[in-house]
Structures are given as C-alpha cells and as structure tokens.
Design a protein around this ligand. Structure first.
Ligand code: FES
Length: 218
C-alpha cells in the first residue's frame, strides 16, 4: 500500500483524471501560447500606422478663411507638409497661366506635397520669380505644381482634399481623380472647412516642361 501511494504522489501514474505531470505540461503550454499571443499583438500594434488629426499621415481641417485667395501665393502648412493653392486660369493674374497643351481652364483648390519629385528635397515658394524652386538641383514648378524646369521627373504630388460644411462632418465635395491624380477642386457654396488627407497622396503626372513652350529651357 505504502509503495502504491508513493507512486501516485510522484506524478508518474494517472489518478482517475489528469496527473500532476500532465497538468504541469498544460500550464506550461498555455503560458507559452499566451506569451506568443502577446508578442503577436504587440507586433501588430507596432506595425499598424495610427495617424491622428493634425499629424502628418492623418487629416488636417482648415477653416475656409485660411485658404489662399485665387491666384495669390501659396500658403505653407508645415505640420502637414503641404502647400495650399487656389487657382483660376480664367482670371487675369501673374502667378498662374495656361499652357498650350492644357485645353481646359485650371480652377480650384489643391494641396501640394512639399517634397521635390526629383530626389526629395524640400523646395519653397520664391516670390521674386513667382514659382516653386528647389535648392538642391534647380527644379522649378508653377503655382499648381507642374514642372517648369527639370531635373524633376514629374509634376509635384497632391493630397486628397474635401469641402466640409460648418457642422465639420458633412462632405460637400471632394477632389476628382483625373488619370489617378487629384484635380483642383472648386469649393461649393456652404464650404466652411477644407480637409486635407495627407494619408492619401497621388504622384504627379509626367507632363512636358513648361519651359519647352517658350524654348528657354536651360
Ligand atoms: S531634389 Fe529637387 S531638384 Fe533635385
């Protein structure tokens, strides 16, 4: 009897259900599974991007009073890494003009990414020359982001914009895609805010250099 009791106590035999050894195996397995799950959860939490309003990668809501007047210099939104422009080639102006290969007027608001399409430098607006100029290798762009001079390979990229009503929720209109590139958007009446989604960027198209039309490319 004494030797039977010693065998059961040592965990070697089954005592009607789960032995102590099996129980310990189960606990050990469950612990490993729990640690693996926690690791996977942490990895997912780390990998999934979380962008908030007002943070690059998220949306920026701008009062319509902060949108530039038509055909005036662009407004710099540094936190969002974009310029806001308001274009209308049907109105006489010094900053925006229509090229021979542009059959339709260019009208509306656009949000232009602040990074040069050549090698990624930050370009800026040069008031003296009424155009964007890149300090790194000399690319120049018109107010709407189209290339004037290379080496930039394409027009400046744009972000998606929406016209929002004063309840800050209702979307009155949003920028159309034309050949997978956001067109400028005319703000409908009742627009109180413009929302720029910096998580939704489209590459600018490859268009002829504007300097080609004047025959004055460097
Ligand atoms: S990075 Fe702008 S011209 Fe090269």
């Amino acid at each position: 009897m004494a030797s039977q009791a010693a065998t059961a106590e040592s965990g070697g035999g089954a005592s009607g259900g789960v032995s102590r050894r099996e129980f310990l195996y189960y606990v050990w397995g469950a612990s490993i599974a729990l640690i693996a799950l926690q690791g996977a959860g942490l990895l997912l939490w780390f990998l999934i991007p979380r962008f908030r309003e007002g943070e690059f990668g998220g949306t920026f809501t701008i009062g319509v009073g902060d949108v530039p007047e038509i055909n005036t210099p662009p407004i710099n939104f540094a936190e969002g890494r974009f310029w806001l422009v308001n274009l209308d080639t049907t109105q006489p102006n010094d900053l925006m003009y229509q090229a021979p290969d542009e059959p339709n007027p260019i009208q509306g608001v656009a949000a232009i990414y602040k990074v040069c399409t050549h090698l990624g430098c930050i370009y800026s607006w040069t008031p003296a020359n009424s155009r964007f100029e890149c300090p790194c290798h000399g690319s120049k762009y018109r107010l709407d982001g189209r290339r004037i001079e290379s080496p930039a390979p394409r027009t400046l990229d744009r972000f998606k914009i929406q016209a929002i009503a004063d309840d800050e929720t209702t979307v009155l209109a949003e920028a159309n895609l034309d050949n997978d590139f956001y067109s400028p958007m005319t703000l409908p009446s009742g627009t109180a805010f413009v929302r720029v989604d910096t998580g939704s960027r489209k590459n600018g198209p490859v268009q002829e250099l504007l300097c080609d039309f004047q025959g004055n490319c460097p």
